[in-house]
Design a binder for this molecule. Sequence first.
Ligand code: ZN
Length: 357
Amino acid sequence: MSSKYETVVGLEVHTELKTKSKIFCGCTTEFGGDQNTHVCPVCLGLPGAMPVLNKQVVEFAIKVGLALNCEILKFNKFDRKNYYYPDLPKNYQTSQYDLPICLNGHLDIEVNGETKRIGITRIHMEEDAGKLVHSGNTISDSNSSNVDYNRTGVPLLEIVSEPDIRSGAEARAYVEKLRSILQYLEVSDGRMEEGSLRGDCNVSVRLRGSKEFGTRTETKNVNSLTAIQKVVEYEALRQAKLIEAGGKVDQETRTWDDAQGITLGMRKKDEENDYRYFPEPDLVPIVITDEKIEEVRQSLPELQDAKIARFVSEYGLSREDATILTMARKTADYLDAAVKAGADPKTVANWMLGDLS
Ligand SMILES: [Zn+2]
């Protein structure tokens, strides 16, 4: 079945930004804390409270955009995405719609020794929602649920890929590479288990050779690299089996059940949600100058790909070793510092890969 059908995947990755304060108010973004203590009239959406944009969020978004080879939109703006859910006190999410901060980038990933380019459609800035705290284990076996608004208004970047990914392994490699870049840039800690990096997986299958896309499902809030790979593999197989049996894939939102290793249907997407987007009237559009973009470009650190190339050419390391030693920026910086202090690169690298690790 796997040779008959081709898997098509697009990923929407949400990453929380490591700013000190929230995107539109001065509340702390610190993880944890007693429930509803990191809040104020702005992030609680009280009438009359006015948002002020955190300029660090814009700077971080430009950084990520440049690192992902995007065009930075010098005129971009916020819009209101209107919907009702108890974790969203304003009844709209302040997000970006038709004029996001970054467009048309790409990221090169390596799978089985081959390099593949994945297109980045767009990157936009938005605010996170709060968290429902159920009295039971899940929403369906609870008598009541409370809401914790501590995460409400924490800045997020949503990074949307083109449907260029063709397997679970590629999806995993893409998110892993993206996480490494965000960590190198020091804009996000990339901790998936705390939810500071999570992915929505859009998966469909089609007959190999076909140019048209099949009906896709969206599995939301997948929060580990292993789970991302499994979701893609599970969904592709489920959909192919369904089609083979004469059935048809429903366009729907699904959720990943990690314990059972399966996806479950949540709601049908017969009609697209109508979010009634409109320009956020409480915030002025964002104007970014060429000087600002240049200033951010100059501040970018050497990223993993460049480090691997340098470790191979300057230090004489193998590509494999250089790749492992550059996964985390701290490890790579440590090797550089040791060499600078007079150590032999290969000896230090071997020691780091062996005894030290
Ligand atoms: Zn606040």
